[in-house]
Design a protein around this ligand. Sequence first.
Ligand SMILES: Cc1cc2nc3c(=O)[nH]c(=O)nc-3n(C[C@H](O)[C@H](O)[C@H](O)COP(=O)(O)OP(=O)(O)OC[C@H]3O[C@@H](n4cnc5c(N)ncnc54)[C@H](O)[C@@H]3O)c2cc1C
Length: 390
Amino acid sequence: MDLNNLKSDPIVVVGGGFGGLSTVQALLARSDGTPIILIDQSSRFLFKPLLYELLSGELELWEVAPQYSALASELGFIFLQDCVLEVDELERKIITSSDTEVKYSQLVISTGVTTDYSLVGGLREYAYGFSNLNDLLRIKELITSINNSSNYTKPVVISGAGPTGVELACKLSDLVDNRLEIYLVDKGSQILSKSKSFNREKAIDAIAERNIKIYLEHYIESINENFIELSTVHNEKYNSLKINYSNVVWTAGLKPCRLKLLDHFLDENKKIKVNQFLQIDDCQNIFFVGDIVFCENYPFPSSAQVAMQQGFLTAQNIISLRQGNKLQSFQFEDLGEMLSLGIGNASITGYGITLAGPLAFKIRYWAYLMRMPGFSLSFKSAGSRLFSKK
Ligand SMILES: Cc1cc2nc3c(=O)[nH]c(=O)nc-3n(C[C@H](O)[C@H](O)[C@H](O)COP(=O)(O)OP(=O)(O)OC[C@H]3O[C@@H](n4cnc5c(N)ncnc54)[C@H](O)[C@@H]3O)c2cc1C
């Protein structure tokens, strides 16, 4: 496709995760004929909340990670698989790793976050992350080797008892038939500190039923090939604990992807400080969406729900900007929270219900499926499959 022969400068969205793809979908719904280009370094959208079910084989790759090319032809946008390296604000163009230059009329940056291995010595060498398809493949291999070995006796340590750590611990435990000890380590005084209390209680029950041991108020100090050193302060006394571990998964720290692209937009917390319109004050034609942003005056969590709501608002604001109308402020509407708690089990608070167990698992799946970009595409395949399962 000749990007230089478009009938007008396109709206360009960089990063096709929850934030970017929602922006594209909402722009298409309000289309004024301006071409819309989505650029992502990957070939597939990844529905991260269903990564656990992909790990367990309850769902398959095509259900959780549709190809952008299929979404582009179904929804009607232009997809370019490339990695964006730079933004030239003066020339209003982006530059990619294949040296392609794409001019934009408005630009949306939604490049998400990835595991930060720089926080503790030894992480990069010894820890697994759990945020993309490569991480998933490594953990799948780990599960296979645990299940194929009779002398896997040392524990797997999962750092971070937020949703990712807790959900992964439960699923992993089920996938190795509880044969292996899993240590869940967190510096806080409770698991799921930001979650709804019903979901936290159900998670505590799910953990108690499995071979999972929790270490709260513990910090990982260092990791080497054989040991993880944990520290804790009790009655003003510093204690340390050495764990002879088999594998470690790090879910406790994230940083923005591709620092070079964002370098001059990031603040000291490695996030982009935006105003209520999800802009930086002196860049009127650039919007920032999703996990990479924070707003001091209008705080919101980092989640798929937030990224999607920001995407919808950004599309509306881009149209307003183009028509010379006033922009709307972002306000997060909390619709609730759903947790995966092992094979065939989930907990839901919100969406008008409070429910845990196998029915919650099915409702969670359907609620996510409805939000899958290109719903009809995923519906054709995944819907019928789910009903054919026990
Ligand atoms: C295992 C797991 C489970 C989760 N479960 C939940 C849940 O149950 N509920 C919930 O609300 N949230 C959940 N989250 C969080 C949620 O997935 C994120 O908040 C959400 O994905 C953020 O959307 P985003 O658009 O900001 O970034 P992402 O969805 O991460 O998308 C960023 C995209 O940008 C692309 N990209 C990055 N850099 C470049 C570049 N330089 N050039 C081109 N493309 C680039 C990436 O390839 C990626 O496709 C979960 C996260 C994980 C890891």
